[in-house]
Design a protein around this ligand. Sequence first.
Ligand SMILES: [Fe+2]
Length: 260
Amino acid sequence: MIYGERKGLSEAIIDKMHKKADNMNMEDESKDKILSEILDFRERHVDSAMNETRCRQAEETLIHVLDKLEKTMENVVYAMAKIVEMRDPYTASHQQRVSTLACTIARDMGLSEEQIDGINMAAVIHDIGKIGIPAEILSKPGRWTEYEYSMSKTHPKVGYEILKSIDFPWPIAQTVLQHHERMDGSGYPHGLSGEEILLEARILAVADVVEAMASHRPYRPSLGINRALEEISEKKGILYEARVVDSCLRILTKERSDKF
Ligand SMILES: [Fe+2]
């Protein structure tokens, strides 16, 4: 890699660029190109100690701007979550609990803090597409009709349409789109399978199912945490990614044993 062999660019900038590029699933070739352009700029313009100082100041400003941009992105996501909460408090608290569990799983699996930030962001708005479903359907006690069910299945795509034009430093729109995909290809909306599904979405899928089964829903009482854990154990490697299930079982079993 070019940037590893050339000098002059501060390590903090290289590190920051790497993390951003990795989160955006940027190709190595594109990373090289951007860093190479910054290095070329330095070589052309840094010809005195004074310019060197200015360049370092510019790099520090760039880091500051990137951090600020990330904070703004987070605030946009929390503002969106607030909109969901005002219309549908049940979905809002579900999203919050799914986020807590998904981030704990991600940490247990050894994902980077940057990736965990992305999972947190995607999880707190993963059902934002339900904004397109009439509130009477969402809060309806009893079973949904076939039409109501097919309508509810549009929410990952609607969520994706809402989020796709925001240039997040994490794959949030794709994670939201894929959170009902299943490892054997039986999920929706696109019937993706295995590693075609983003790891973030595979983690979100397990946290979502466990939280949904363990909680009370307008159309049924809670099925209980034991039933939820049975479900992911039975379908491990079939519907749900095995490593994610193992991690989730480890966390929740430990959590319960810590309580007693
Ligand atoms: Fe969902």
